[in-house]
Design a protein around this ligand. Sequence first.
Ligand code: PNS
Length: 157
Amino acid sequence: MSVAVCPGSFDPVTNGHLDVISRASAMFGSVVIAVAANVAKQPLLTVGQRVELLQEHTAMWPNVSVAEVPGLLVDFCAEQGASVIVKGLRSGSDLDDELPMALMNRHLSGVETVFLPASQHVTHVASSLVKDIARHGGPIESLVPGSVAAAVRAALT
Ligand code: PNS
C-alpha cells in the first residue's frame, strides 16, 4: 500500500491544509500527517493541541492518521514506510521555500516530494495570516474550522 507523509507545522491547521490532505487521501493508500514538534518560530498552539485539532478535522477520511514528529522528517518517513512526502503549494514563493527541503530530503534518504497546487478558493489562506488576523480581532471563521478558531482565540487571551 502506498504511504504518503504530509508534514507541516499546522499552527494552526487551516482550510488550505485540509484541502491538500483531502486530495492526498484520494491519491494514496494511506496518509500520515506529520506535525513538527520543533518549529523554528515559537508556536501559538502546543504540539498536542495541533495533533488533536488535526485528528478532529480529518476523522472523516479513514486512511488519514496524525502523528507528532520529534526529529528529522526523513527518519519519520522511514518509520512509517513512506516513500513520498506531499506538500501543498500556493505560490512561487512557497516553491522557493519548499524546493530546498524537497531536494534535501531526497538527498538524505531518497524520499520524493509531490507538490499539490492549492485549490483556488484557499490559495490565500496561511496559518501566519490566520494568527495575525486573530491577534488584531478580525474574523477567521471562514479560514479555519470552528474549533480551530476557538483554540486560536483561547491561546491569544
Ligand atoms: O508548515 P511548515 O512550517 O512549512 O513545515 C515545515 C516542516 C515541518 C515540513 C519542516 O520544518 C520539517 O520537515 N521539519 C522537521 C525537521 C526536518 O526534517 N528538518 C529538515 C528539513 S529538510
